[in-house]
Design a protein around this ligand. Structure first.
Ligand code: NAP
Length: 344
């Protein structure tokens, strides 16, 4: 058997970093060798995650390159602005990086700066970053030095629209993506807006005038289409812990079989399930899994409606990052990711 791959996780006390720990500490082909956090530096991993008792014996380090350079590959599960400062040194030291943040997702450093309000610190790495949404494109992931794992909204929207745009079954104009996320989508924040008292029994739209995921969705959809896609994207915060649904509205072109196009596109995809006619997916059906479920309806009005559900922390973040990581280390994409949703 090969030696385990040594990995590090920067941002291991966050929700996405916690899911990376859960997925990777259970694997015999992976050694979680370094985890970093400011607030937990010096603490044992089980002080923060008691559930990892018996799975991982490791202490948190402060976020610095010292422990990370011992790793073969480093995951960044940090807010935007961290990986672009730390990853270049690791990459130059020959390490590989999977970044779950937005730092390397956009191709254009000026577009990135305009949405994130600061100059990009490593624009020279943008052309080398491989976008890590395998069902969109696997090109370059296996040998990538730097993978930019997509955002959760982007994943939900792109999975639902890709086959229809590629087969010319929907108009590129007037597409609407109405998306809902649970509160863990905002991370482990102390902002009261995401606390129980304000999320429970309530729902609200945010980023209506322009959400940071919009340029990333646009970039991905435009890669599927001869001319730019005209998209309205409105995210909503809904009272659940995890889970995401995108309801996608588009105008149909011709009378081609929309469901057949989706089924054909995803028939060999381990994580994507197009439900039979008359069925709608629920976020509970994908909870704690790397799966995406799609419902599809064609209406008399000529509209096509696709509903996509994912777990924002798995197919929307850590699961997708591990899916890419599996390809990078040459094991099956599904390794450590096959799971049935917990219920109820
Ligand atoms: N949550 C989701 O559904 C989701 C989905 C897709 C992508 N993402 C992306 O994944 C990343 C992590 O999201 P999250 O929800 O897990 O966030 P989170 O719960 O807020 O966790 C952030 C982590 O980053 C660490 N951190 C914060 N500032 C840092 C700095 N300057 N240097 C080093 N580490 C720092 C924090 O550690 P300490 O404070 O302990 O030091 C914490 O471990 C974000 O970029 C997010 O956009 C999240």
């Amino acid at each position: 058997m090969n030696e385990p791959v040594n990995i590090g996780i920067v941002g291991a006390t966050g929700y996405a970093g916690g899911e990376l720990l859960r997925l990777l500490s259970a694997r015999s082909d992976v050694c979680v060798a370094a985890i970093t956090s400011d607030r937990a530096a010096g603490k044992h991993v089980t002080d923060f995650y008691p559930a990892l008792r018996g799975w991982l014996d490791l202490y948190f380090d402060s976020p610095s390159l010292d422990s990370l350079v011992e790793c073969d590959l480093v995951f960044f599960a940090t807010p935007h602005g961290v990986a672009m400062n730390m990853a270049p040194d690791l990459l130059e030291a020959g390490k590989r990086v999977v970044d779950l943040s937005a730092d390397f997702r956009l191709r254009d450093a000026d577009v990135w700066a305009s949405w994130y309000g600061q100059a990009h610190k490593a624009p020279e790495w943008l052309p080398q970053a491989v976008y890590g949404l395998p069902e969109l494109s696997r090109s370059g992931i296996d040998n990538a030095r730097l993978v930019a794992a997509p955002g959760c909204f982007v994943t939900a929207v792109v999975l639902g629209l890709k086959p229809l745009l590629e087969s010319g079954l929907i108009e590129q104009n007037g597409i609407i993506a109405d998306a809902k996320t649970g509160a863990s989508g905002a991370g482990r924040t102390s902002n009261p807006v995401f606390g129980f008292a304000e999320v429970a029994e309530s729902m609200r739209a945010y980023g209506v005038a322009g959400h940071r995921h919009l340029p990333e969705i646009q970039q991905a959809l435009d890669s599927l289409s001869a001319s730019p896609v005209d998209l309205t994207f409105v995210p909503h915060l809904v009272p659940m812990v995890r889970g995401m649904q995108a309801t996608l509205y588009a105008r149909r072109i011709g009378s081609g079989d929309v469901r057949a196009a989706l089924e054909a596109a995803y028939t060999n995809e381990a994580f994507i399930d197009v439900l039979p006619a008359g069925h709608q997916p629920t976020t509970a059906q994908v909870r704690a899994t790397n799966n995406a479920m799609l419902g599809v309806s064609t209406l008399e009005s000529g509209r096509v409606i696709v509903t996509t559900v994912i777990d924002n922390l798995l197919k929307g973040a850590a699961g997708q990052a591990v899916q890419c990581f599996n390809r990078m280390i040459g094991v099956s994409e599904t390794t450590g990711l096959e799971a049935v949703a917990s219920w109820p």
